[in-house]
Design a protein around this ligand. Structure first.
Ligand SMILES: NC(=O)c1ccc[n+]([C@@H]2O[C@H](COP(=O)([O-])OP(=O)(O)OC[C@H]3O[C@@H](n4cnc5c(N)ncnc54)[C@H](O)[C@@H]3O)[C@@H](O)[C@H]2O)c1
Length: 338
């Protein structure tokens, strides 16, 4: 009987590239649009009412084309940075969809960062108009991975970044400059950073307006990946089109949540989900002047799909260095299939 695998962060680094993650996210959105994935809305466990400013999401999904079911358990831990840990911490379990047998326990941090970084480029592939200037607001982990994944799809002339922390901005400039010949420039004003930008991504932990309607040029594509509201409400409400990754989840969380709660937006004001755009079920961009705002709040099926690609690769090249464990006691091992 095959044992379950432990897939560490180093295994992730060694076995999948950002390009493959971007492609996997693209394919997975399409499969979701085609009805080949089952994925309920994530459940959020907020610990703040009992004194911890932290949250954890349970994100199950069945990805039929990859023959994989699983769940990611991931959260944001506010004081982690001070303790030398990342803000986002998570694990993924992958199971056989026929037997339920555990196939693998995976580090979820790096997979989260890579697939989160891949979301905005894939949205931009289908919804952006031009790609000369990219602006990232929030130069932390997700902002940096977003810029790196963008480079897998676009050839920018200029990449701009802005963040509350100058040090974080400098790290971003160093990291991203190493991977592109485009000029990578740190700004200390969001207004200057978004001027004339074709693609804007907000990737902060903020819950305040960081970008205003009058700062943004016609034709801009704006993707908000922070967990709270990062755009001024007027920019959300006056955008020509709004898209999400998963409608149900966006009613509970993310960029449009406050507007839904207040009633200034309803489901009808969202053109659709990106999977439906990719499949041609709903319209994408229809004019070069349209300002489009998207909220990819994050789908568990992306983590399961990336995990499945990794699992299959590691299984294929299985060597002594892969950690294995047997989670079912030997007496109860009635099912001996993969
Ligand atoms: N959409 C998704 O799928 C998804 C997945 C993972 C994380 N997230 C969210 O992305 C956000 C960023 O996560 P991270 O892991 O990059 O955290 P991080 O702590 O590494 O980076 C956040 C950055 O935001 C900056 N920031 C905070 N307030 C700001 C402000 N007012 N103006 C400018 N910059 C500001 C911080 O200085 C920091 O550099 C979080 O809200 C997280 O929950 C979303």
């Amino acid at each position: 009987m095959k044992k379950s695998l432990i897939i560490t962060q180093q295994d992730v680094i060694d076995n999948i590239s950002l390009k493959e993650v971007v492609d996997t996210v693209d394919r997975t959105y399409r499969w979701y649009g085609e009805g080949k994935i089952i994925m309920p809305s994530k459940i959020t466990l907020n610990m703040d009412t009992l004194g911890l400013p932290n949250w954890l999401n349970s994100m199950p999904a069945y990805v039929k084309p990859l023959d994989m079911v699983g769940i990611k358990f991931v959260g944001g831990f506010k004081d982690n940075k001070e303790n030398g840990l990342p803000y986002i911490m998570g694990q993924i379990l992958l199971n056989n969809p026929v037997t339920g047998r555990l196939r693998a326990l995976l580090d979820g941090n790096l997979i989260t960062n890579m697939r989160t970084g891949a979301q905005s480029p894939v949205f931009a592939k289908y919804l952006a108009c031009k790609s000369d200037i990219l602006t990232i607001i929030g130069a932390g982990v997700q902002g940096t991975y977003t810029a790196l994944c963008m480079l897998e799809l676009f050839d920018f002339k200029e990449i701009r970044v802005s963040d509350l922390s100058i040090e974080v901005c400098q790290n971003f400039v160093k990291e991203v400059s190493n991977k592109t010949s485009a000029s990578v420039i740190a700004y200390d004003s969001n207004k200057d950073a978004v001027k004339d930008a074709d693609i804007i991504v907000t990737a902060t932990t903020a819950n305040i307006p960081l970008v205003y309607r009058e700062w943004v040029k016609p034709g801009a594509f704006i993707s908000c990946i922070g967990s709270y509201q990062e755009l001024d409400e007027e920019l959300i409400l006056k955008a020509d089109k709004r898209y999400v990754d998963h409608m149900g989840q966006n009613l509970h969380r993310g960029e449009f949540y406050n507007c839904f709660k207040k009633g200034s937006l309803t489901e009808k004001d969202i053109v659709g989900e990106i999977g439906d755009v990719i499949c041609g079920k709903v319209a994408g961009r229809e004019g070069s002047d349209e300002i489009i705002v998207a909220s990819p709040i994050g789908m568990g099926c992306l983590d399961i799909a990336v995990g499945a690609v990794l699992y299959n690769r590691i299984l294929k090249d299985h060597n002594e260095e892969v950690l294995e464990f047997d989670i079912i006691s030997s007496e109860n091992n009635l099912i001996a299939v993969n």
